[in-house]
Design a protein around this ligand. Structure first.
Ligand SMILES: [Zn+2]
Length: 448
């Protein structure tokens, strides 16, 4: 198809805004980007999609999320309210993930995927936990991704919190999915990494087993130093800070994703830079959990590949972007923190590099140029001040809204057109999710 009558935001480096140009898509890929008149002349038979002057940009990417957390919405907490991060885990997330069965995992995933399609998020890195439904849980998520048409990278959070047997099951689930994803299939839209919960719930033995379970081409996806308690626990158990501990286990590197890193020291930050490990930042979650904010500006200056995730908050990455811009200014009482250009580098270019790394066989993701995967969104934004490649980050901050996203395409296939979902039945899924959520809440309550 030929996408015409559009303005194109390429998110190349440096970013470009193209006018009077069209995008030719064949199969899963962008085949040509060039003069609209020329492309119409060269491809007269091609189906033309007139987008009426809307902005076309690459689909947004979420570097860290938890589909399993969706049913926490509106859930009544049991007992006294949590006082700190560890209690938040103990009173909310752990009893919730223990309450998930196969049906709950499926519908919790699907509601997140609907949210993602609606809000232009086309690739998501999920970090899954369901300790009473481990075997095959990643297949359920992969099937949902396939059905939705989205792109995802899945993993299972290995932890010792449920004992050795469950930790081993988690390891096996990761191995199984890493191998399955590597064999191809999944239409090139689902990949896998090896998930680990966090240093504070992992023994030395489990880390050793996990590293030995996969080859060096497989990376790890793990929470790090989300709260000081993770560092204290690691120092207490091993005498090492968390990143040093992961380094000792050969778990850092350009295939690995560290989520949060709020309480790392400078040596840990420099280790991430040296080893080219990805750091995913989730400011909405950090604010909600009251854990502070990582010094992202310094991490960027030190060369760390910082990306943006949502940690299970809404799958509208515009919201995370807009929160990041504001949060760092307030936290540091410094209006120069989290400059729009730095934020755009994190949210667009670095997230694109992360996705392109994991989908290397499919080609570039998160960029509009010839040869890249056709993962695109349409944004119905009518600026009333000049918009250039230079000031775009501030238009996104102050002008773009989730509701302006009217179309979502992944691998050359429309998942939403004119705000109408084309792959998933939202009403039917919401209905099934409602009963799965009620059953999940009941199991949650029974644990107190
Ligand atoms: Zn997380």
């Amino acid at each position: 198809m030929l996408i015409i009558n559009c303005k194109i935001i390429t998110w190349q480096t440096p970013n470009q805004i193209l006018e009077n140009q069209a995008i030719l898509i064949k199969g899963q890929k962008i085949v040509r980007v060039g003069s609209e008149i020329q492309l119409i002349q060269d491809y007269p038979e091609e189906e033309r999609v007139d987008v009426h002057g809307q902005w076309v940009m690459p689909g947004m990417i979420c570097a860290h999320t938890h589909f399993y957390g969706a049913f926490s919405r509106g859930m009544a907490l049991m007992g006294d309210p949590p006082l700190d991060f560890l209690q938040i885990l103990q009173k909310i997330w752990w009893p919730l993930d223990q309450s998930l069965d196969e049906e709950a995992v499926k519908y919790s995933t699907l509601v997140c995927l609907i949210d993602a399609i609606r809000h232009g998020t086309t690739t998501l890195f999920d970090h899954h936990a369901s300790p009473n439904f481990i075997d095959g849980s990643l297949d359920v998520i992969a099937d949902c991704l396939l059905e939705s048409g989205l792109r995802g990278v899945v993993c299972y959070e290995v932890t010792d919190r449920g004992g050795v047997e469950k930790a081993e099951r988690g390891i096996r689930e990761n191995i199984r999915m890493v191998q399955k994803a590597r064999q191809g299939g999944f239409e090139g839209r689902v990949k896998a990494t090896f998930g680990l919960h966090a240093s504070l719930t992992l023994s030395e033995e489990t880390l050793e087993k996990s590293r030995a379970a996969v080859d060096s081409d497989t990376g790890f996806h793990i929470h790090v130093a989300e709260h000081e308690v993770d560092e204290y626990d690691s120092l207490n158990k091993t005498g090492l800070r968390v990143i040093d501990r992961l380094q000792k286990h050969a778990m850092l590197g350009n295939h690995s994703i560290i989520a949060h890193g709020v309480h790392m020291d400078m040596k840990e930050v420099s280790l991430l830079a040296e080893t080219e490990t990805w750091l995913s930042h989730q400011p909405r979650s950090n604010m909600n959990n009251a854990v502070g904010l990582a010094d992202i500006d310094s991490a960027l200056r030190m060369g760390v590949k910082v990306c943006l995730g949502n940690d299970g908050f809404s799958n509208a990455m515009l919201d995370e972007y807009q929160a990041a811009y504001l949060a760092h200014k307030l936290w540091n009482k410094d209006p120069q923190r989290m400059n729009g250009a730095s934020l755009a580098e994190i949210a667009f270019q670095n997230n694109a590099a992360l996705a392109s790394h994991f989908f290397a066989e499919e080609g570039q993701i998160g960029i509009i140029e010839e040869g890249a995967q056709a993962d695109l969104i349409l944004v119905d934004y009518l600026p009333f001040t000049p918009l250039t490649a230079g000031n775009l980050p501030w238009h996104i901050q102050f002008g773009f809204r989730d509701s302006m996203i009217t179309g979502t395409m992944v691998a050359g296939k429309w998942l939403m057109r004119d705000r109408e979902l084309l792959t998933l039945d939202e009403k039917q899924i919401a209905q099934r999710a409602m009963s799965a959520a009620q059953a999940t809440w009941k199991r949650y309550q029974q644990q107190f």
